[in-house]
Design a protein around this ligand. Sequence first.
Ligand code: SUG
Length: 419
Amino acid sequence: MLVEINFDGIVGPSHNYAGLSPGNLAATRNRGQVSHPRAAALQGLAKMRANLALGLPQGILLPHARPDHRWLAQLSLRYEQAPPHSQAQALSASPMWAANAATVSPGPDTADGRCHLSVANLVTMPHRSHEWPETLAQLRLAFADPAFAVHGPVPAPFGDEGAANHMRLAGTHDAPGVEIFVYGIAGGPFPARQHPDASAAIARRHLLDPARTLFVQQSEAAIAAGAFHNDVVAVANGRVLFAHEHAFADKERFYDRLRAIMPEVEIVEVPAEQVSLADAIASYLFNAQLVSLPGGETGLVLPGEARDTPAVWNWLQAHVAGNGPIRRLEVVDVRESMANGGGPACLRLRVVADPATIDPRFLVDHAKLDRIAAVIEAQWPDAIDPAAIADPALIARVETARHALLETLGIVELIDSLP
Ligand code: SUG
């Protein structure tokens, strides 16, 4: 039985605001602020609990070893003597944004019937470029069953940021879908992080049907306004594509091709005159989890910032009051992640699979979340000032905290499994 499972990245104990991602306006704006890793991780757990309460199955991905000493060693650096920018890049808790872990093509879409996952290379941002080896190790553990094919990264320099630039539409999760790869060419002053050749390579290795695969350019205006990933301005689930008017470079052509493949598609486009691109990006209206609820309705799991932005909340209220396909709104507080530009949808990787084929250590229920919460309460730092990341006591605390979590979950092979 194939179901959609959200794998949320647990916010790691080194979560901090170093402002490492140009083009990500929230992260840049909050550079130098004091972060709260414990509160951040607990907010993430509360979101998972809200998903469970909606009747949705839930999985986890784990914080990576930080600082990443292996990566520093490749730069002939030791953390203690590394320059501040290298320390920040080695310490980032960015693997929390699981939507950037991999691109996932469920079995019904692939020629061999397996669910294919390609780990994202994340080469555009230095602090994210060293995530993939540990992400790959985790994916190989969680998805070791022959029902899955787990692939390494597309080679540099073809930037790939995973599911954040990939959308899937399908009548039901277990039916063949349409896979949409969104790439960037230009982003005004900011980098386009998803290279079209990376998207094309993933579609080939995932054995997708070319007749049901679309490659769509993200609009330059969207990237320039701060949509560094497509999932900041568009999200898809089931038969519903929910997007801002200015998300795509040539939306008419895209919509025509999509309707030709999938006549039943419901395109919910939010006009700029009702919600500006700036409001959409500041509120993360589209960085929401668009989900099929057990009763068959479509729900939207939104960040609190969407409720606090009047134009956005007014649009949502009108949509729900009318005949729109989104029937239920669920608001979650992930403000610590939001301040680094990561909303509810950034924090999760969707995998359509039979839960029985997944390593159960990566699946959670309320009782396991209680155990995880106890480790976070006891071990995660309360606050990190990015000016103080050289402190050896902080580093010792961060490393001990992660080990405690891996031991609690019985995933000890990750402690020393990397090359
Ligand atoms: O890559 N922020 C992340 C946010 C990723 C959001 N993910 C999705 N949209 N799917 C990024 O820009 C900031 C970390 C720092 O500055 O320390 C950061 O990496």
